[in-house]
Each structure stands twice: as C-alpha cells, then as structure tokens.
Design a protein around this ligand. Structure first.
Ligand code: SF4
Ligand code: SF4
Length: 359
C-alpha cells in the first residue's frame, strides 16, 4: 500500500493523536448529526495513524466515514494542523485501493470526458471585456446566471463569458488526483488567453480552485459589487434576515464583510447566527456528501436552518450556488416538522430587486 502522502503528513497526524484537544469535535456539522467521533477530524486523524501503522486496512467502513466528510474546513479553522490535507489524502488512498463510491466515479468520469459536471441547457456566451467564469452550477442554471449578469451590468461591468470547462474541484475533493490533472489541462486549453486576465467568479468553490490550484488571478464577483456599492443608489428592502457564510467564500477566502456590507446597503437588518463568519457551519452541500448520503446532507442543512430559527429569523441570505438549493431543501423539510418556513434567498436576487433597472 502506497503510504507516501500520509507519511508526509505524519507529524500533523501524531501531533493530533498526542494532544487530542478536541476543539474540532462538538461543532463539526457531521458530528452534530451523527454523534460519532470517527466522523470528526480528530477521529480521522486516528484512522490515518492506524492506516500508517498497519493497524487497520482500507475498507468500505473507512471509505463510508471519509465520504461522510463535507470538507467544510470548520475543523481546520479550529486547529493549527493541515486537517483538510489529511482528509483528502485519506480519500485519495481509498481511491487507490479501489474504494470510491460509484456516484463519485461517475461524476469524475463525466468531467474528464465531457468537461462538465452538470447538464448545460443552453450555451452561455457573452461578448464583453471582463472575463466572468460561471462554473458548472451556474452553467446549469441559465436563469440565475442571466440575473447575475444583469446585476453586474448595472454595476458598470461588462462580463465576457466564453466556452468554459469544469474547474475540476470535485475530482480532487473525491480523491481522483490523476483525473484532476487531466481536467486542469482541458480547462487551460478551453479558457485560453483569458486566463492571463483577472477573472470574475461566481462559485466560491471554483474561486478557490482557480486561485490555489491553477494560480490564476481571480476575484469573486460579489467583491466587485461591494467595491461599487457606494455609487449604486439601491432601493431599500426592509428585510430582517441572517446571512449564511458559504465555507469556501467565508472561512477559506476570507470574504466575510463584503456580503454583509451589501446587505446593510440594501436596508437589510442583519441578525447573526451562533455559528458565523470563520466559524460558520456548512450547509450540507460540501465534499460530495449529497451524492453518497443525501439523508446526512439534508440533516446538516436542517441544522443550519435551526441555527437561523435559534436567533428568531425567518429569512436567510447566502451567495453560493450550492448553499442556496441545499439550504432551501433543508428549510422545506424542516417546515414539515416545525410549521415555520425559513425563506432562503440568494444575495444576487436581492441585488436584482434593489438595483435600478437599466432604461
Ligand atoms: S484535529 Fe486539531 S483540533 Fe481536532 S483534536 Fe486534533 S489537534 Fe485538536
Ligand atoms: S471538514 Fe467539516 S465535516 Fe469534515 S471533519 Fe472537518 S468539520 Fe467535520
């Protein structure tokens, strides 16, 4: 068994095993649902050590635990170690041993063969001057994508949308490293000369992938909007709402203030949930969990909606094409139990409503 990747992380693994401080445990969103330590970062550090020392062998049971990780990074925010690297190396190990879920295999094969993660109902292209990378999720949602483009136009931007391929995050997250390299080559070929310019992005996950794995100059489009907010004269929405920080946007990219500044500029009375900003709780849509264990993803989403109800709000705003539908599903199902529906809306929709329409 090739133990190289984990061996390189042995210091982190043993540091955790020795300290066992547990700062990562109680609020791990999967632990909040499952109540078993194996699903936490501390639990996975023990699994990593057991694999390194040959005390256990890769198995379907270990794979199930690893597939149940949202890769949300909450544990990493609570810890000084490379938690996510250990977890993705473990997933990669399982994959090398032929232990990967058929759902993940299927998705990765599609990205490699077709360059897309989801169906794209209409070709999305636009002539313009500022490259805008839509990403697979917005490519699959032309109505939402067109709304965002309209908002950006009203902010004085002129988005250029070219034929694009998937950034490949999913392949790397699921442990398919070799496939990720092939996907990167395809992306670079498709995006061509535009990769040299600053690229606006919409999906937090694409943003972090393009920045950290491709080394491209990217800016999340919501930051570009925040920079222009003072000149925009938006209408006032008079809404009382909470804001959900998407894991990649908030915790990992540090885009915490800009969405809140925009909400305030739109007249929203902002109420913070208990888990917020860097220590936000995942929506349930991360790490491919929704593919392998949709019930777990749903329970995580319901917990996040409970966080909103816990501070007495019935409107939740976020800005991520994964968080929005995942939380909306959680809100709908929780409403069956509580009779209270928390409305989940995109910050882009609020901007569309509040910004003056072009004549
Ligand atoms: S992963 Fe980090 S926070 Fe969690 S128990 Fe280990 S050392 Fe502590
Ligand atoms: S990445 Fe998220 S779900 Fe996975 S162990 Fe860490 S806190 Fe839990």
């Amino acid at each position: 068994m090739d133990t190289n990747a984990l061996e390189q992380l042995a210091e982190d693994i043993y540091t955790c095993n020795r300290s066992r401080c547990g700062f990562c445990v109680a609020d791990c969103p999967v632990y909040r649902v499952k109540g078993f330590e194996a699903y936490t970062s501390r639990g996975k550090m023990l699994i990593a050590r057991a694999l390194l020392e040959g005390l256990i062998e890769p198995s379907e049971e270990v794979q199930e635990i690893l597939d149940g990780c949202l890769l949300c990074g909450y544990c990493q925010a609570r810890c000084a170690l490379n938690n996510l690297e250990v977890i993705t190396s473990l997933r990669s190990r399982m994959n090398q041993e032929g232990l990967s879920s058929p759902e993940h295999q299927q998705k990765v094969s599609r990205i490699v063969e077709e360059g897309v993660l989801f169906d794209r109902p209409v070709p999305m292209k636009r002539e313009g001057t500022t490259p805008l990378y839509l990403g697979c999720l917005y490519q699959s949602k032309p109505v939402e994508a067109r709304t965002i483009i309209s908002v950006l136009e009203r902010c004085g931007l002129d988005p250029l949308v070219v034929e694009e391929t998937c950034c490949g995050y999913f392949a790397e997250a699921a442990g398919f490293e070799d496939d990720f390299e092939r996907i990167q080559e395809k992306f670079t070929e498709a995006y061509g000369e535009h990769a040299d310019q600053e690229i606006l992005t919409l999906c937090p996950t694409c943003t972090i992938t393009l920045r950290e794995r491709y080394g491209l100059k990217v800016k999340h489009a919501i930051v570009a909007v925040a920079e222009r907010m003072e000149e925009l004269n938006p209408g006032q929405l008079e809404l009382r709402a909470t804001y959900h920080d998407p894991c990649h946007l908030g915790r990992m990219l540090g885009i915490l203030d800009e969405p809140r500044d925009i909400l305030r500029a739109l007249g929203v009375e902002l109420v913070e949930m208990e888990h917020n900003r860097t220590f936000s709780s995942c929506c349930g849509g991360g790490g491919g969990v929704a593919d392998t264990d949709p019930d777990l993803a749903l329970e995580v989403a319901k917990n996040r909606i409970r966080d909103a109800l816990g501070v007495g709000v019935e409107n939740l705003i976020t800005v991520c094409p994964t968080c929005e539908p995942t939380l909306l599903r959680g809100a709908s199902r929780l409403a069956n139990e509580t009779d209270v529906f928390v409305d989940v809306r995109s910050l882009w929709d609020l901007l569309d409503e509040a910004l003056p329409q072009d004549e």
